[in-house]
Design a protein around this ligand. Structure first.
Ligand code: MRU
Length: 347
């Protein structure tokens, strides 16, 4: 396993508990939450204390263990029933990032493979699989970064949206992985981070983690991206994803679609960093991806105080879908694909 050079540990299994870096408090406060029940994990996912597709999957995996570790089931059937109930429950925490369901299904598949063993061993297998998911994620992100780096050159300007960073993964991030690797190689990339309304993951998280890592990052408001592109400051856009559909459409944080259209208009390549855990070949097109709608208060009170009139109607989709035609390439740990090739990607 490769060692990591990114400074954050957003998800940790420590002293028989799940320890999460509370991302709603960054960048002002660094507070860790210690969670010991699946209900607490469900709430932490729902309320964005842990967020970003791979981190949600990792947290849910540990949440599943917390949900079954005290199970009084004494045979496989009873344990399977309890495990399935807990997995279904954790699956209701957020709908869009497929990594959540991928992680829960992966654990269920492991337990199926171990059917016949004593319940204590099945419980141990659940934890072991959760730990493997986290361990592998760091390596997956590094490989995505290495592939992406082949598409970049020293001195480029890179624009990103939301937080596809180390704070959203086990290490490196997905879209940020090439930025960390470029830094290790002594390159000078200039990164533009969209602030990412309404929850400001770009300002609070991406700008913060890249700054902490000594990467040249400049924060811009979302509505400045067109200007920055027109000024020739951006040579590539790299974003993460919450789900890639079989036809190459990509769901990511709201605003990504607009950035893709802008990149297309300016002739700038638009890359999606996608671990295979985010590639969902069972979802035929972007129109089939469930898009989460979040509370109105994220917009009306988004900056810590009321910024909109009482009673105003609000529409707050948390994600949008970028059509495959605006995507130059989808970069996975197993290689670089054109969107229409993703259904045949190596898994
Ligand atoms: O609502 P969030 O903060 O969970 O949304 C996160 C994103 O949209 C990220 O860009 C995506 O999960 C990629 S994470 C590597």
């Amino acid at each position: 396993m490769t060692t990591t050079s990114t400074p954050f540990a957003p998800v940790k299994w420590q002293d028989d508990a799940l320890v999460l870096l509370d991302q709603t408090r960054l960048p002002v406060e660094t507070i860790y939450l210690t969670l010991t029940t699946s209900e607490e994990v469900w709430a932490a996912i729902r309320h964005l204390q842990v967020r970003g597709a791979p981190a949600i999957g990792m947290a849910a995996a540990y949440g599943l263990y917390l949900g079954v570790r005290s199970s009084d089931a004494n045979d496989f059937e009873a344990f399977w029933h309890h495990l399935s109930e807990q997995a279904d429950y954790l699956g209701t925490s957020r709908p869009t990032a497929v990594n959540l369901f991928w992680a829960l299904d992966r654990i269920k598949a492991r337990v199926q493979r171990e059917a016949g063993k004593p319940v204590a061993e099945l419980k141990a297998a659940v934890l072991d699989e959760a730990l493997s998911i986290q361990r592998e994620d760091a390596e997956v992100c590094r490989r995505i970064g290495e592939h992406l780096l082949t598409l970049l050159k020293d001195g480029m300007g890179i624009l990103t949206h939301c937080n596809p960073g180390a704070l959203a993964t086990a290490a490196y991030g997905t879209a940020t992985a090439p930025l960390y690797l470029a830094k290790e190689r002594g390159w000078n990339l200039k990164v533009y981070a969209d602030e990412t309304r309404p929850v400001l993951q770009g300002a609070r998280l991406t700008a913060y983690e890249l700054q902490q890592a000594g990467i040249d990052v400049t924060l811009i408001c979302d509505n400045m991206a067109a200007m920055v592109m027109a000024q020739g400051k951006v040579q590539a856009v790299i974003v993460g994803t919450d789900r890639v559909a079989a036809n190459g459409d990509v769901a990511n944080k709201i605003g990504t679609y607009g950035v893709a259209v802008l990149a297309h208009a300016h002739g700038i390549p638009f890359y999606v960093a996608a671990p295979l855990s985010s590639v969902d070949l069972d979802t035929p097109t972007g129109a089939d991806i469930p898009i989460e709608e979040r509370p109105a208060e994220e917009i009306t009170h988004g900056l810590g105080k009321q910024v909109a009139p009482d009673g105003i109607k609000v529409y707050n989709p948390a994600f949008d879908v970028t059509p495959a035609r605006y995507i130059t390439a989808i970069v996975t740990e197993n290689g670089i694909y054109k969107p229409d090739e993703i259904r045949n990607c190596k898994r």
